[in-house]
Unconditional design. Structure first.
Length: 237
């Protein structure tokens, strides 16, 4: 395994885009993988190629580090899921308190397939944008889940992969700040305009914080994080 090689789970959203820049800043070889599982917000996948092309313009060394992109068909997940992200359903809380946007097993499958791909590509480090500080309570975004999964992957594959979650303990405002610390205002602007987070897949209007419906939980988190970040950055609204 290449200890200086990384595979980033890159959906085309704010968090994974920030993680891609984080990886390019740290590893000599970086590849990306996306998953098409029949999500309603499939528009986020459509911006992945453009973001990859633009992000390497921010720093000359990144162009040499960014390697192949991989798109995996995970439509079976959409077929077995009954959620507001894989069906045309109103977003609401379930009886157990979790939002019905939770797709059971999604991150477990993502990392399992990513680890399999990384094994073939000889990349040791797996990087995802999961967060426990500013999330909707998804069990597969929790630090304990992903640490346990790392152990299972290494035991089951006889490998020594490392799962990184740079955003695990920071909120959305700090995620915007992290992007600025890595790539300055140029990266912040690229993330703002070039990524998509909205659960409903709305991409018609560019708000201060980016594209989206402005009402779903994902837009709400991104919007509030942007507002807090800009206030801390000394920008008046």
């Amino acid at each position: 395994m290449n200890d200086k090689g990384a595979l980033v789970l890159f959906s085309g959203g704010q968090d994974s885009a920030t993680c891609l820049a984080w990886a390019l800043d740290r590893f000599e070889q970086v590849e990306t993988v996306g998953f098409d599982y029949g999500q309603r917000h499939k528009v986020e996948l459509e911006g992945r190629a453009a973001f990859r092309s633009e992000v390497v313009r921010l720093r000359p060394s990144w162009a040499d580090r960014l390697g192949s992109d991989h798109m995996l068909d995970l439509s079976v997940l959409g077929q077995v899921s009954e959620t507001a992200l894989t069906r045309d359903a109103e977003i609401a809380l379930r009886d157990d308190g979790l939002p019905n946007t939770f797709v059971p097993g999604r991150n477990l499958l993502f990392f399992t397939l990513a680890a399999t791909l990384a094994y073939r590509r000889h990349l040791r480090h797996l990087i995802g944008g999961m967060c426990e500080a500013d999330f909707s309570g998804y069990p597969d975004c929790r630090d304990d889940t992903l640490k346990s999964l790392q152990v299972t992957l290494n035991l089951g594959m006889g490998s020594n992969c490392v799962v990184h979650t740079p955003l695990m303990w920071i909120d959305k405002a700090a995620t915007w700040a992290l992007a600025k610390s890595i790539g300055g205002d140029a990266l912040v602007e690229l993330v703002r305009e070039g990524t998509h987070t909205c659960y409903l897949g709305e991409h018609g209007e560019l708000h201060d914080w980016g594209y989206g419906c402005g009402e779903c939980p994902a837009c709400d988190l991104r919007m509030k994080g942007w507002s807090t970040f800009r206030a801390a950055d000394g920008v008046k609204h």
